[in-house]
Design a protein around this ligand. Structure first.
Ligand code: SAM
Ligand code: SF4
Length: 329
């Protein structure tokens, strides 16, 4: 079987798929207050198209998918799509990134879908008012309820915390404290300029090292080994059930071992978060491409995967301004 291997010998085994560009929140770092210009529904990939794309990718060695968006749970029948996807026998893991505001009713069902193992819940503040300021929606109680339900469930839970200068840096160690009694991974993400052209004024630069220093100011941490392709550098703290991690999303020191590709909700294939999209799969499929055509295409597209996010950014035609909701974070 042919495998997806790029020109640097990296084998691609993970696809991040944005199931929609729509979202029920308006996070300041992701989009402007009025939201982004969403595309007409017919321009979004259908579930059947997504299933087929993932199936072909798994026949080329991909064994994990992360479903993201936009907010995946705002798309109608998302739960049915999860079940459909779980029938793909070549897929080992279906992971989901969510803001958690719409999912408390679905957790029991999610636990029953065997391939759904890891949920990343985005939560940037533990204070209701601050949370509402960041997300521009007053949904903290519902998100926190989801957090508690997920923690009790059999799903692995990671919290995604985007570190935002002037908003939530004073809460970093409050989040770390959660790992004392909870078996969760708290991961701090460097903020990136993918905000759909929203205005962001940042006075301070909270990059990986600064976040690490902040944690070290209160805790003694020990580096733990993670999967080679992990997006975060991870640490344990003596006496804590959970772990903490930092994702150098902007300083990009993790690209060497990248095993990922992305597909946006409109079917744009991306080799890197920082490239501006290399191929439109939706049009290719709608123009009658066969599964063999798709395979050939994927095998050649990954050969264009840039060495790292800096090279990808340098090759772009425009600046980095699109929303993470469009790209699929
Ligand atoms: N709506 C879902 C959510 O918020 O979890 C999934 C999509 S969201 C785009 C995926 C992840 O990207 C979230 O954890 C979010 O916090 C993160 N994200 C969005 N914009 C970002 C930015 N400008 N910099 C860093 N992370 C960002
Ligand atoms: Fe929506 Fe997620 Fe973007 Fe927030 S980060 S606006 S929840 S897509």
């Amino acid at each position: 079987m042919s495998k997806l291997v790029d020109n640097f010998g990296r084998q691609i085994s993970y696809v991040r798929l944005a199931v929609t560009d729509r979202c029920n929140l308006r996070c300041q770092y992701c989009m402007p207050a009025h939201g982004i210009d969403i595309v007409p529904r017919k321009e979004l990939l259908t579930y059947k198209e997504m299933y087929r794309i993932v199936r072909v990718l798994t026949e080329l060695g991909v064994n994990k998918v992360r479903l993201t968006g936009g907010e995946p749970f705002v798309r109608k029948d998302f739960m049915s799509f999860l079940e459909m996807l779980s029938f793909n026998d070549l897929l080992d893991d279906i992971n989901i990134t969510t803001n958690g505001a719409l999912i408390s009713n679905h957790i029991e069902t999610l636990e029953k879908i065997k391939k759904v193992k890891n949920i990343n819940l985005s939560i940037d503040s533990l204070q209701r008012e601050k949370f509402a300021k960041i997300t521009r929606r007053d949904v903290f109680p519902e998100v926190y309820n989801t957090f508690e339900l997920l923690e009790k469930s059999n799903l692995n839970l990671k919290l995604n915390v985007v570190v935002q200068s002037g908003f939530n840096t004073d809460e970093i160690n409050g989040f770390v404290a959660l790992t004392k009694d909870k078996d969760i991974a708290v991961r701090f993400i460097e903020e990136m300029p993918f905000n759909g052209n929203g205005q962001r004024e940042t006075n301070e630069n909270w990059s990986f090292n600064r976040i690490l220093e902040e944690i070290k100011s209160q805790y003694t941490i020990t580096k733990i080994s993670s999967e080679k392709s992990s997006t975060s550098r991870n640490y344990s703290i003596e006496g804590h059930l959970g772990t903490v991690g930092i994702i150098p999303a902007f300083t990009r020191t993790i690209c060497n071992d990248c095993n990922r590709i992305r597909i946006t909700s409109t079917g744009t294939f991306k080799n890197c978060l920082f490239d501006d999209g290399v191929f439109n799969l939706r049009n290719f499929i709608r123009n009658g491409a066969s599964n063999e055509d798709l395979k050939e295409l994927f095998l050649s597209l990954v050969k264009e995967k840039p060495k790292d996010g800096f090279e990808a950014e340098a090759n772009r035609k425009g600046n980095v301004t699109e929303s993470m909701s469009t790209i699929g974070g």
